[in-house]
Design a protein around this ligand. Structure first.
Ligand code: BDR
Ligand code: CA
Length: 312
């Protein structure tokens, strides 16, 4: 079974991604690292522990990481993920609330990369601060980690960002870290908005879960998110950004990829955090990122819903 570390900023769709990955029973999750992103670190860590309790996998370690981006100020997304980050869906749940378990998330990534050389996949569905810090500490992880799957960016659908017209939240949240990661030499796949915005979970999908373990959580946690999508984009549903990233790891045939040179803008007011793909090789640089050019959305959403539905 594939050994993975999930790096999350839980987050409604992060929560669904954790559930999907673990309930698939097809990945060996060595630990979950948390980062500041959708909401502050203390909350993303708490939410992650709550989700693991909901699943019944409290045995998996949660390692808190960066409290904010490398350079810029943090900006949170309460309007999409709710005041607690998961739509207040698990408000009544008690968890052990130790803020900073050891080791620190970037140290955990380095330690596991060394231990499982050539055999570890990193799945990053939040801002890339933890991985940038890990690379700074131990650049050799670029040779130790097998591959990195990142939810982030928008490369083809210009003007269809979700933070700025050409910028996606995870990259915008810490573009300096994203630049370090993209230039690191790691084997990277970028699951960008170009494909994740084709995977909307609508109310009719959620209703298919009625009577099963995750119905209430899926319905409640996504409410603010679905309302936001309706108001902002006129789409009733919840884009499955982070679950699709897990989906690609479970079954790469969901997405068609192509390798190009991609860089990140860190110096511009209008397009801070833009992921720029050099489709025509004008910069004459070695391709460094597998970008996503096509997704079998229907097949992926079907598998996602079925996996949740079958869970006991
Ligand atoms: C990404 O940003 C967050 O809001 C989501 O959890 C996802 O990882 C989408 O742009
Ligand atoms: Ca996320």
């Amino acid at each position: 079974m594939k050994k993975v570390i999930l790096d999350v900023d839980t987050g409604v769709d992060d929560a669904l991604a954790i559930i999907y990955g673990l309930e698939s029973k097809k990945m060996d999750v060595l630990g979950i690292t948390t980062v500041s992103g959708n909401v502050p670190l203390r909350m993303t860590t708490r939410n992650t522990k709550k989700v693991l309790t909901l699943i019944g996998r409290e045995d998996i370690g949660v390692y808190a990481g960066a409290e904010g981006p490398l350079i810029r100020e943090a900006e949170y997304e309460y309007n999409i993920h709710g005041t607690d980050g998961i739509g207040n869906a698990l408000d009544g749940m008690e968890i052990e609330d130790s803020d900073h378990e050891t080791p620190f998330a970037p140290d955990f990534i380095v330690e596991q990369a060394e231990k499982y050389k050539g055999d570890l996949t990193l799945i990053m569905v939040g801002p890339l601060t933890n991985l940038a810090l890990a690379l700074r500490k131990e650049p050799r992880i670029k040779d130790w980690v097998n591959d990195v799957i990142i939810m982030g960016g928008v490369v083809s659908e210009m003007g269809k960002g979700n933070k700025l017209p050409n910028s996606e939240f995870n990259i915008f949240a810490d573009a300096e870290s994203a630049a370090i990661v993209l230039h690191s030499g790691l084997e990277i796949t970028l699951v960008s908005l170009d494909v994740t915005l084709q995977t909307y979970m609508k109310l009719e999908h959620i209703e298919q879960l009625k009577g099963t373990k995750y119905y209430n959580f899926t319905l409640d946690s996504t409410k603010v998110f679905r309302n936001f999508s309706e108001m902002r984009y006129g789409t009733d549903g919840c884009a499955l950004h982070d679950p699709l990233t897990i989906g690609y790891s479970l079954d790469p045939t969901y997405i068609e990829t192509k390798k190009y040179y991609v860089d990140v803008e860190t110096d511009s007011k209008l397009s801070y955090g833009q992921t720029i793909c050099d489709f025509r090789n004008l910069w004459d640089c070695e391709p460094n990122v597998n970008i996503c050019v096509n997704v079998d959305a229907e097949r992926f959403i079907h598998d996602f819903i079925e996996t949740l539905k079958m869970a006991k």
